[in-house]
Design a protein around this ligand. Sequence first.
Ligand SMILES: C[S@@+](CC[C@H](N)C(=O)[O-])C[C@H]1O[C@@H](n2cnc3c(N)ncnc32)[C@H](O)[C@@H]1O
Length: 512
Amino acid sequence: MAKKESNPTKDLYRELRLLPWIQLWQEEVPRFNQAGTQERANRVALIRAVGAGFSEANQPSLKQPVRQWLLSLLEDPSEKIRRYATNALPKIGAGRAEERQLLQLLQKSEIDREKKFVGQALNKIGGSATLDLIRSQDAPLPHLMEQRAKANLARQQKPSSVLLDATLPHTPTLRIHLRCRTGLEPILTGEIKEHSAQFCILEIRPGLLTLAPTSAFRLYDLYSLRCFSTASFLLGTLPKSRDLTDPLARVIASPLTRQLCQTFTQGPIRYRLEFVAKGHQRSAILQTAQKAYSLCPDLLNDSRQAPWAIEIHPDSAGDWVELRPRLTPDPRFPYRQQDVPAASHPPLAAAMARLAGPFPDETVWDPFCGSGLELIERARLGGVRSVLGTDLSPTAIEATIGNWRAARIPGVRTNFVQKDFRDFLQISGCTPGSISLLITNPPLGKRVPIPNLRGLLLELFALASVALRPGGRMVWINPMKIKPSDPTLHLEFQQTVDLGGFACRLELLRKR
Ligand SMILES: C[S@@+](CC[C@H](N)C(=O)[O-])C[C@H]1O[C@@H](n2cnc3c(N)ncnc32)[C@H](O)[C@@H]1O
């Protein structure tokens, strides 16, 4: 195999990126400024390193001088230096002054490569001045995209948002895809049947339920369901062909996309385009977005802070094109103010709570409460008199207390204590048979290795036998196919669930 040729500029860039950013700024930049023409050309990687490292360095007070430096480099006699400065400017959050200067450079330059790079930078930061220039020309400017300038302007002027409360008139042909962790389909199905008369289930596949609306609905109605991971609207199915640009652009610009986006968006409609299973597809995305824009200039492709994602999901019968509201943070779990490293996936915690069922007068214990999601999700369903959360970690207990407070669940007695779960009987009020529901996602030994996980889980079973009252339930994630030695703990439900790349069992045991 031929040896890869080394590239001194790339090598230097890698070296410089290893240095503290402030050292680049305080030592390397002055050295660069004083260097002769040849050395400056040899060290252009510094410009890239300063731009790339700026936001990581978290030095907002230096933004102005860094900008000034890059702007001064746009006047450099060397095209290479100007090009590196052009590329670095968008990285530091450039504004109108930079836009003006880049536009001047674009008009002045006679070098095609330079024009291309200036065009690319303007596509990232250009606003009204860029738009004016594009519109004043009779022929399109080869490197400037009207769509990008419009999206930049829209983002800066009125950031759009997804409307949860707007109503979509009844559209019986609409198909909604709810994705969930594989294994949670039966629980999600139960939730839909019990709570959502506005939707009916048409098909259930592993990790995917297809619904149709039965009436007008709001996104708010969809997001009253708690056990799914993502919700999206099926816009169309792509033919099995090599070049998907045209068919995909037509689906993106279709009346259905427009109707959904216009109903559910406040502000200009911007979407991010993603090929879910294919990784970066820069040129396919660019071509498709340009084509879609020519068909419907109201829909703007924009990878930054777009309220919508249009996603291409693989399917054997032809890939699906789906429109997904990008709701971050998830409006269903606003109480999640604090987190712990191994926090449960919130829809999984909601599914566990549903599996536990809304029994009255519950005394609930989560021995490994982390940030408290299972306790909160169970308490939200009602019928809970008191909750106990134990965790070894003080940060976890702090997170549970903060999240519980934010969840605003009235009338429930709480006790969150930093303790080993094995100290249960030492906690005031915790006596044998005092718990009606033990609900927990224990340490799984994946992210944080546990020396003797089996031993720990056997101790959990032993303590569950003691703590649960007759008829009490244990709902938990079993990572090891482990069984209780106490025959009075009877397995009533078991389902293999994907916990993000590894399978565990979601179980319900009842104390006889
Ligand atoms: C998977 S996390 C729980 C996540 C939690 N369900 C949530 O929603 O954030 C497991 C938790 O068990 C705690 N833990 C580990 N060993 C423990 C022990 N012996 N007693 C109590 N807590 C323990 C860890 O500190 C961690 O917060």
